[in-house]
Design a protein around this ligand. Structure first.
Ligand SMILES: *Cc1c(COP(=O)(O)O)cnc(C)c1O
Length: 369
């Protein structure tokens, strides 16, 4: 029987607090609700997270990726190297501009794109490398940037899950030509829906700004063909409130991870690479045996968990060959991860008692008192 103290713990608990509500209402009452001063302030404030890079706010993380590839003029015939072990948005963005995703395998420990596999996948048609900082752990950017330099390739970071993560002191979103963040409610910070593109290149930033707004800087003086991917000022105001809390939330996620690392004995806890600041968008373990049974057990104990991602992108319908089969990809670590991973609750508002229950349930002893 579920006692009051045994309320279910969800996999994630997005925050929409009084400050977020007040910020949204303030903007709504001002009457200036579309892209305006709140968006400009949000961009300015977010740039502190990415070593002062230019920031361009858009209406989602997927838009951030798509707009970046549009600004790079990628299209049919261009190949973009991506991990298959990610959210479909990574490869969708490539396909949305007509380019071809080339799937490569991941490293066992970090779950992120394997630099050796990246190097091996480069062809004369390769236009860009798109690493994902999956679960909030930075990809091996030192090695990836070196490969990119050697082959004169652009790097676009999918940082949708990694606000504030870093490698050897450099924040994600400050390595490549561009970094793309998401502000979807379950991400480490949100703006209901929203995204941000970060870049050190002022000219590229201007192109992004044109493309997100019909190709206009001055109204009705369209310079290029563009889309409408603008963020609203209501969303930006919420994002600004969330951004002020991000550092504290990240610290809580890291502290929660420490507790689970030290307590969980029956599953492989997530390793952290040398020099990496992991921001634990997800706390993802590997389950050695029957994952479905483990998940069912957790559910019985009132612990929500989730599998990110049960199907690697190269096995999803839109990415199959014309004959309905996955392409010629050889991705053993990707296939293995898809069958083994399980993400446990790690969100900042977990209590010490809830962390205990998660660890106990993970160890198969939950509820036994
Ligand atoms: C969430 C996410 C996206 C897309 O962000 P949206 O804001 O949902 O469009 C892209 N890539 C990864 C890895 C994500 O987790």
């Amino acid at each position: 029987m579920t006692e009051p103290s045994q309320n279910p713990i969800p996999p994630a608990r997005p925050v929409i607090g009084e400050r977020e509500i007040e910020a949204a209402v303030r903007v709504l009452r001002s009457g200036m609700v579309v892209q305006g001063p709140e968006v400009a302030a949000f961009e300015q404030e977010f740039s502190e997270l990415v070593d002062g890079r230019h920031c361009v706010a858009v209406n989602s993380g997927t838009s951030a990726l798509q707009l970046t590839l549009m600004a790079m003029n990628l299209g049919p015939g261009d190949e973009v190297i991506v991990p298959s072990f990610s959210f479909a948005a990574t490869a969708n963005a490539v396909r949305l501009v007509g380019a071809t995703p080339v799937f490569v395998d991941i490293e066992r420990d970090s779950f992120n794109i394997d630099p050796d596999a990246v190097a091996a996948a480069i062809t004369p048609r390769t236009a860009a490398i798109m690493p994902v900082h999956l679960y909030g752990h930075p990809a091996a950017m030192d090695k990836i940037m070196e490969i990119a330099r050697r082959h004169d390739l652009a790097v676009v970071e999918d940082a949708a899950q990694a606000h504030g993560a870093s490698l050897h002191g450099t924040p994600v979103g400050a390595f490549g030509l561009a970094g793309c963040f998401s502000f979807y409610p379950t991400k480490n910070m949100h703006s209901l829906e929203g995204g941000m593109i970060t870049t050190a290149d002022a000219g590229f930033a201007r192109t992004l700004r044109l493309l997100r707004n019909q190709g206009m800087e001055q109204r009705y003086a369209n310079e290029i063909v563009g889309a409408n991917m603008r963020l609203t000022d209501v969303a930006a105001a919420i994002g600004r409130v969330q951004l002020t809390q991000l550092a504290g939330w990240t610290q809580r996620r890291q502290e929660n991870a420490k507790v689970l690392d030290s307590r969980i004995t029956t599953m492989t806890v997530p390793p952290v690479a040398d020099g990496a600041q992991h921001v634990y968008h997800q706390y993802t373990v590997r389950v050695p045996g029957d994952r479905d049974a483990a998940q069912a057990h957790l559910k019985e104990q009132g612990i929500g968990s989730a599998v990110y991602y049960p199907t690697p992108i190269h096995r999803l319908k839109p990415f199959l060959d014309a004959d309905g089969k996955p392409g010629p990809w050889d991705l053993p670590e990707t296939e293995r991860a898809a069958t083994e991973v399980l993400s446990l609750p790690i969100f900042p508002t977990l209590t010490a008692a809830e962390l205990d229950r998660i660890a106990d349930a993970a160890n198969g002893t939950g509820g036994a008192r």
